[in-house]
Design a protein around this ligand. Structure first.
Ligand SMILES: Nc1ncnc2c1ncn2[C@@H]1O[C@H](COP(=O)(O)OP(=O)(O)OP(=O)(O)O)[C@@H](O)[C@H]1O
Ligand SMILES: [Mg+2]
Length: 253
């Protein structure tokens, strides 16, 4: 498998806080990777640096071999790297379809206003197809504020997919969801990753999900990669157990 995302020596300090302190990582095409680590480990900052939301102090980011370090976020999205946020960021008063239409219009360089027949606008067809992909075809015309938190998360995923990413970074897509909903959201992500060939890297706190669904687990601790490997190796890794999982995971699985 080809390396689609390569991170070299990434570093970001905030004063004396070493949020990201020298991360090297290679993600191969098609891999479903979970990033775990305690609060403040640097997970979100790492995503900010990779997606251009913050500038690294040091290090490089390569997408499919192209150096994208320091690019504006919109250019990084156009190059094929999309993300979703830790805090759900749909427009609550717009319908699911309208939310997904926004990135579709941006992508296709259209504005719906000048299109004679809105219902047949090509971006609308694309947006609907994206919603269908995440299992929300029947909810296209519902305002997002009326939808469950899990469905809003999936609308966000559909918005990200509308940018046609090669790589999708998801910051805690299952945060705050009930267990059954977590399975549905992460299961949908896995299906989409497989059927669309999108490489996904997700930050996730639920260890049952991580160990049952990820191909690979990267453990961050104090801004560094503490361990990296298949879930079964990470689960047995003594350093991970000691530093991170300790009592919270020892009894499970
Ligand atoms: N803009 C900022 N200014 C100052 N410090 C920051 C900033 N962003 C993050 N930090 C600090 O950097 C460290 C890493 O934070 P980050 O949000 O990346 O952690 P995280 O692993 O995503 O945590 P969580 O699991 O709570 O989401 C923390 O100590 C945090 O307080
Ligand atoms: Mg975070």
């Amino acid at each position: 498998m080809d390396v689609v995302l390569k991170i070299e020596g990434l570093r970001k300090h905030f004063g004396s806080v070493r949020a990201v302190d020298g991360i090297d990582l290679e993600v191969r095409e098609g891999e479903f990777t979970a990033v775990i680590g305690p609060n403040g480990a640097g997970k979100t900052t790492f995503f900010h640096l990779v997606t251009g939301a913050a500038a690294p102090d040091e290090g490089r980011v390569y997408l499919a071999g192209q150096d994208i370090t320091g690019w504006p976020p919109a250019s990084i999205v156009r190059a094929g790297l999309a993300r979703t946020f830790q805090i759900t960021s749909v427009f609550p008063d717009l319908t699911a379809l309208e939310n997904v239409l926004l990135p579709c219009l941006a992508r296709q360089n259209h504005t719906a206003r000048f299109w004679p027949d809105h219902a047949r606008h090509p971006a609308r067809q694309t947006a609907f197809a994206m919603l269908k992909r995440v299992g929300l075809a029947g909810d296209a015309d519902r305002p997002c504020r009326m939808m469950s938190h899990a469905d809003q998360k999936l609308v966000e995923v559909a918005m990200a997919l509308a940018t046609e990413p090669r790589v999708l970074l998801l910051d805690e897509p299952a945060a705050g969801l009930a267990p059954g909903e977590t399975d549905r959201v992460i299961g949908t992500l896995r299906d989409v990753a497989a059927s669309e060939g999108v490489t996904m890297v997700l930050i996730e706190h639920d260890m049952d999900i991580v160990f049952s669904m990820a191909d690979r687990v990267v453990v961050l601790h104090q801004g560094r990669v503490l361990a990296d490997g298949p879930p079964e190796d990470i689960r047995r890794n003594p350093t991970v157990k000691e530093v991170y999982l300790g009592g919270t995971f020892a009894g499970r699985g």
